[in-house]
Design a protein around this ligand. Structure first.
Ligand code: PGA
Length: 241
């Protein structure tokens, strides 16, 4: 599969047995499975083709940071990707400065970063120019101080996820996504001389994925809810392939 499909399970499923079942059903190359931390080991063992991703990391490697998980720990464990800056984490208080530290820590550890950006509805209402401006601001802050050399198509993927589209059943219009994708790609070429892949996320399902891949000009998708439904996700993977 040329396209990248990220399965973000969020805080699901509840048991290890269900996690392994879900992983086995989603084990296709080009797919990145991001389970909750406690299921990483068993899911890793179940995967033969798909890659393993984490949903977050902390920026320090080790020390007195109760409850945190670090990039080197995950890397040593067989994790290759990490989602950073998901809007659900930003909503819990994560700032662009935190995200910037996490991106740096992940890259130093050799993890591939999936950086999530996207505008809230209040911005979207003002139009595409306002949304682009908002997203550009996030990218600038999230990648501040990172050299062009470390930012490339292998180390970084951007997931454009308009916040109002996540988990709502209201996806973006693929033609708007296409505009945003072109804008983000251009931005990275001028800021970091780098061609990065850009994914779309926000209520992706088996019915709309083809539209995003074709008219939305995306390199793949970040799938939340639909990645928990094996039959639906199978269709998404088939269309992406
Ligand atoms: P969703 O979630 O597909 O359920 O909208 C997307 C995401 O994880 O950001």
């Amino acid at each position: 599969m040329n396209k990248i499909i990220i399965a973000n399970w969020k805080l699901n499923p509840l048991t290890e047995k269900d996690a392994v079942r879900l992983a086995t059903a989603s084990d296709v190359s080009g797919v990145v499975i991001c389970p909750p931390f406690p299921f990483l080991e068993k899911v890793h063992g179940a995967l033969k083709k798909a890659a393993l991703g984490a949903q977050d990391i902390f920026w320090e490697s080790s020390g007195a940071y109760t409850g945190e998980v670090s990039a080197p720990m995950l890397k040593n464990f067989g994790v290759s990707y990490v989602i950073i800056g998901h809007s659900e984490r930003r909503a819990l208080g994560e700032t662009d400065s935190d995200i910037n530290k996490k991106v740096k820590a992940a890259l130093v550890a050799g993890l591939k970063v999936i950086l999530c950006v996207g505008e809230p509805w209040a911005i979207k209402k003002k139009g595409l120019a306002a949304a682009k401006n908002f997203v550009a601001g996030q990218i600038k802050k999230d990648l501040a101080g990172l050299k062009s050399l470390v930012i490339n198509h292998k180390s970084l993927t951007i997931a454009y996820e308009p916040i109002w589209a996540i988990g709502t059943g209201k996806n973006d219009k693929p033609e708007n996504t296409a505009e945003m994708v072109k804008f983000i790609k251009k931005l990275l070429v001028s800021s970091h001389k780098s061609k990065v892949s850009v994914l779309y996320g926000g209520s992706v399902n088996a019915k709309n994925i083809a539209d995003f891949l074709e008219r939305g000009c995306v390199d793949g998708a970040l799938v939340g809810g639909a990645s928990l439904k094996p039959a639906e996700f199978k269709k998404i993977m088939k269309i992406a392939a």
